[in-house]
Write a protein that binds this ligand. Structure first.
Ligand SMILES: NC(=O)c1ccc[n+]([C@@H]2O[C@H](COP(=O)([O-])OP(=O)(O)OC[C@H]3O[C@@H](n4cnc5c(N)ncnc54)[C@H](OP(=O)(O)O)[C@@H]3O)[C@@H](O)[C@H]2O)c1
Length: 263
């Protein structure tokens, strides 16, 4: 698309760190935005910052009724040209059975269902879908097995759908940030990133890259060096990355949560 001016965008996870920065950037680029998350109060606060250009809808995207209600809301308010599947949760080190299910429902099943539900509307409007993945959608990282499962799945789904619709008027894009300074990362992940010297981006930087990708229509965008290279290296020579991460495993495991056992 030439510009985002006048486009109508649905942004899930709009109350989070990356979501709020993306919202700001979209407004700067003169888009109007339907923001969504589970928190009515946070949504109301955000809506109050630019009332004519922001509509808010509270929904839990893991719930089919919530997803349908979000679709109906968008229909009733003139439809959308862009769907940004940004809402997500994370896990580090200890994934219980229930947590694994919630992770996959939120990070994989929900965006897949939202793509399916909004596709007819986007087909009518030559629209764009942008799914927010992660570097960990390409690199299996110790401690993030459940998160990686969801993001690898989302990357595969996005790639297949993008190829399937490449003869249509709908674009399907995959956007993969590396570690970003937001509340999704618990303290021990922040400490681990620092100890390992891993680069962490600001949400504003990530939002700029996301908006650029939307405008350029580039199918894939990986944010940050050397992560872009590691993603490719892991695809071609996974044993090299096995070795590199293996050498850091002891250090990584120091940040796994250790439960205090009371005796
Ligand atoms: N930060 C990073 O290091 C990083 C790196 C790579 C990729 N990402 C990806 O970037 C995206 C945004 O992450 P973030 O860092 O901005 O996280 P965040 O600050 O924790 O925000 C997450 C957002 O998702 C919403 N959300 C979570 N579960 C939901 C549900 N069931 N229904 C509706 N909304 C839900 C949250 O709102 P409510 O809780 O109010 O519902 C919040 O708005 C995620 O997909 C994440 O995986 C983040």
């Amino acid at each position: 698309m030439k510009s985002l001016a006048g486009k109508r965008v649905l942004l899930t996870g709009a109350t989070g760190g990356i979501g709020q920065a993306v919202l700001k950037r979209l407004l700067q680029l003169q888009a109007s935005v339907v923001i969504s998350s589970r928190s009515s109060s946070k949504l109301a606060e955000l809506q109050a910052t630019a009332p004519p250009h922001i509509l808010a809808f509270t929904a839990d995207i893991t719930d089919e009724a919530g997803r349908q209600a979000l679709l109906n809301f968008c229909r009733q308010h003139g439809g959308i040209d862009v769907l940004i599947n940004n809402a997500g949760i994370s896990q580090f080190a200890e994934a219980t059975e229930q947590h694994a299910e919630t992770l996959l429902n939120t990070n994989l099943l929900a965006p897949v269902r939202l793509c399916q539900l909004f596709l007819p509307m986007l087909q009518q409007r030559s629209g764009t879908i942008l799914n927010v993945g992660s570097t960990f959608g390409s690199i299996g990282y110790p401690g993030f097995s459940g998160y990686c499962a969801g993001k690898f799945g989302l990357r595969g789904y996005t790639e297949a759908l993008s190829r399937e619709l490449s003869d249509s008027n709908v674009k399907v894009l995959y956007f993969a940030p590396r570690a970003t300074q937001t509340g999704i990362n618990p303290l021990q992940v922040e400490a681990m990133n620092k100890a390992l010297g891993q680069g962490v981006d600001s949400p504003e930087y990530v939002a700029m890259a996301l908006a650029e990708q939307l405008i350029s229509g580039k199918r894939r965008c990986y944010v940050g060096w050397p992560e872009k290279i590691f993603v490719r290296l892991n695809g071609v020579f996974p044993a090299v990355v096995d070795k590199a991460l293996g050498s850091k495993l002891k250090q990584i495991k120091q940040f796994f949560v250790t439960k205090q056992v009371e005796v």
